[in-house]
Write a protein of this length. Structure first.
Length: 503
């Protein structure tokens, strides 16, 4: 059955903003099997001389991930970065209180930077503002970025890294508003320590950029007062404010589940308004942009995680097995960020391998793509250029928590260099296809390159080690082009990528 038609008008002059490629970033935390058994597994048949898994690296390169946040997450709030550098045999094993495991410290800052170089990505480094403060953070910047001639820069050289790592992007702690955080703080406490830490980090290296912690989710009671207070206290030092948001489908209500990106839209818009309020209050010329540095679906593994024994090394934590509907919501969330490409300049899908991740591995065995790999890959590969305002008319529905939910979620990106426009579109309708007309009026004649579709009859279908391609995209989408008008029928519950070449 078909629901009423949807229409989208896109004009090359109605620009949202340049897409900063760093919105396609990801995250590797010392948590579960993200590092150990994920990106790093010495002895694996496909590991290189440093123990980096080549099969995982290939899957990551397939996405073209521009930036990776490290080493946490909650982990960073109890981490001593010094434990992870220098000769491996003298590194301490420690109780890790964020995830109740043992951290062997076989992998640390220098290994991560080597891995980044091999994976063609850059680092977003977080400092510990839970148990530590400005002194350890400025020492870390000196160790990582100062060229030479001081104790810490020479120490780095003695560890085999003569050249500075020149890490440009730094997070001032992680989720400091959360009671689960080691060393959680009030907004006033955090705002002050963020300001003092940021100040000395920038004194060591004035070229770095800093991300201050925003609220841990839209649902935090202190949101958005937290953002207002924190930015008021560290406006001068911060360049970005962070947002984190995960969604689940615990009520088994898929229509409501797919509507949740509307919450993400309002989260983004409220943080922009709050940042701009503080800017106005301070009569400042500086704009604070957004770093959505944790986002994804996360709930499938909650019960299994409760069964994990304390104090093991790299247990299978947060190993969500993603299904088809999860991929649809991930697609909607990517569209949400593109719709505010003017202000969302960085984002990290959390995380990259095994831990709530698009890539899964078996220890000693295969690596495969989860369902959510596909929308993330499509957006990263085809969603670079200028995001365009989507003028949308769509039939709507009411869900439990959201009203007037458009069946069509969509945005277009114009890549001027390649002479291409890509339309990303989700049909949220669970049972009906949706006819779509896209009017690309100002672009003139277009040619269809391909219409990629991710669809499946079973919303709960997932990819596993035994059936790694159960949910995979095809290019048999129905889009047809007539001049600058595109007609397509979007299958029920589908993710669509309509790629157009401009004349
Ligand atoms: O990504 C998993 C965890 O989620 C991170 O460690 C934390 O920052 C968030 O609560």
């Amino acid at each position: 059955m078909m629901s009423n038609k949807a229409k989208m008008i896109v004009d090359k002059d109605f620009k949202i903003g340049e897409v900063d490629k760093r919105i396609y970033g990801s995250f590797i935390e010392h948590l579960g099997r993200a590092v150990y058994g994920g990106i790093y597994e010495p002895g694996h048949p496909q590991a290189d001389e440093q123990g980096f898994r080549g099969d995982v690296m290939e899957l990551i390169k397939g996405i073209d991930v521009p930036i990776v946040r490290y080493p946490g997450g909650n982990f960073v709030s109890g981490y001593n970065w010094e434990d992870g550098v220098g000769p491996v045999e003298s590194r301490p094993k420690r109780l890790e209180l964020a995830w109740m495991t043992i951290e062997p410290n076989l992998f640390g800052l220098n290994e991560f930077m080597d891995w980044c170089r091999k994976a063609n990505t850059e680092a977003m480094m977080a400092v510990n503002l839970g148990t530590r403060g400005p002194n350890e953070a400025r020492e870390l910047v000196e160790y990582a970025n100062h060229p030479s001639g001081t104790y810490l820069s020479d120490l780095r050289a003695s560890h085999g890294y003569k050249q500075p790592h020149n890490i440009k992007t730094w997070c001032l702690g992680n989720e400091m508003d959360g009671p689960w955080q080691i060393g959680a703080k009030t907004a006033a406490e955090y705002g002050r320590i963020a300001a003092e830490t940021g100040k000395v980090m920038k004194w060591v290296d004035p070229t770095i950029e800093l991300v201050a912690c925003g609220s841990s989710s839209l649902g935090m009671k202190t949101f958005p007062d937290w953002e207002a207070t924190v930015l008021d206290l560290c406006y001068e030092q911060a360049d970005y404010i962070s947002l984190h948001q995960y969604y689940g489908n615990r009520d088994k209500d898929s229509a409501n589940f797919l509507a949740q990106s509307m919450g993400m839209d309002s989260f983004i818009n409220t943080v922009i308004s709050t940042a701009d309020y503080v800017q106005a209050k301070k009569r400042s010329k500086k704009k604070i942009n957004l770093s959505f540095d944790e986002w994804n679906v996360w709930y499938h593994s909650n019960e299994a995680d409760r069964q994990i024994e304390r104090w093991s090394v790299a247990p299978p934590q947060l190993e969500d097995v993603y299904n088809h509907e999860d991929a649809l919501l991930v697609g909607c969330m990517l569209i949400s960020m593109l719709k505010r490409a003017d202000r969302v300049k960085m984002a990290c899908i959390a995380q990259l391998v095994n831990v709530i991740a698009p890539i899964m591995t078996a220890n000693g065995g295969a690596a495969w793509k989860q369902t959510i790999y596909y929308p993330y890959m499509h957006a990263s590969i085809f969603g670079r250029g200028t995001a365009l305002v989507p003028l949308i008319q769509s039939p709507k529905y009411d869900a439990k928590d959201y009203t007037d939910v458009p069946y069509l979620e969509s945005v277009a990106v114009h890549n001027e260099e390649k002479g291409e426009v890509t339309v990303f579109a989700v049909n949220r309708h669970l049972t009906d296809s949706l006819p779509l007309e896209v009017d690309l009026r100002s672009f003139g004649d277009c040619r269809l390159i391909e219409h990629i579709v991710l669809e499946h009859d079973d919303l709960k279908a997932a990819n596993t080690i035994d059936a790694p391609d159960r949910v995979a995209p095809h290019t048999r989408g129905s889009a047809a082009v007539d001049g600058s008008r595109i007609e397509a029928t979007l299958g029920k519950a589908s993710w669509n990528v309509i790629r157009l070449k401009l004349a």
